[in-house]
Design a protein around this ligand. Sequence first.
Ligand code: SF4
Length: 354
Amino acid sequence: MTDLSPDHHDGRATVSIADLIRDGFALPADAEDLSRVVDTFRMRITPAMRKAAQTAPAVARQFVPSTEELVESPEDMIDPIGDDRFSPVPGLTHRYPDRAILHITKTCDVYCRFCFRRETVGDSGHLSPEKLDAALKYVEATPSLWEIILTGGDPLVLSPRRLADVMERLAEIPHVEVVRLHTRVPVVAPHRITEALIKALDTRLTPWIVVHTNHADELTAEAEAALQRLSRAGIGLLSQSVLLKGVNDTTEALEALFRKLYRLRVKPYYLHHCDMAKGASHFRTTIAAGQTLIAALRGHLSGPCLPTYILDIPGGYGKSPIGPSHLFEGAKGEWTVADWQGGLHSYSDPSKGD
Ligand code: SF4
């Protein structure tokens, strides 16, 4: 049985409001109000991000609490992406036929102020040995599961030894071929991308890492080096970002982020529309605003640099692309297609086409 009990909160000391005041942050409310915020939604910021936040407001806004989080908006949801609805056993979400999410931990190195799982992350450490056994049994008994997504929380907060154990147990299941790890660690705690951690990912399974990052200012020299260590080890790298008001909701911010990622061999994969997490309404843009940003970037950035703009449909119905449309249907087989500068062109399907 794998023991994933919380054992190493080392280097992840919880930051207090007093620490932030000492760091010189211009906090938006008095300490008492902010204590109410962090009593509701916990706070954790790594030294790397505390340092970056000193000079980068877009970094500070993601991690430093604000009394805006106490504002409840009617559309706020406790489980905005419906993890619980598709959970056949604790710790596992099976929404699509060929893949499932294994929530091996509820801990993260940072607690993002807009987190879509903020009601559960940080709760009770790692998945218990019994629950992990039950989740792996479910995977074993479900031959359609080809890919397992390790998320949480953040799977890279596990020690390399424990991560290796989970990877090896997954590798023993013949129909599982790919493991995808969703993480913020290479960016927020780059020193923990060690040889031992990279070795833990080296099994018969193909590993992909999806790095969560939202602004180019998070990608410090140390983060760049950590990403290089991963790509040199042959691990496929993708990114996912969240469109956040006041952080990256400009073409300049998104362009800088996507260019930097692409240069670092990280394919920008998803730009998420901000979920309806509780107390996060001040981060949400409209979908129209997101589409305008994507339309403005198209053509200015090369195709592989541009992620898909995605909505996780509230209630657990999965992800759908919601980028601006470039194709308009006319009479049967007749189309109008828009180019990247907005010019319109006719296109006819072949007359013998079905
Ligand atoms: S790293 Fe991900 S799971 Fe953890 S707090 Fe941030 S958004 Fe939530």
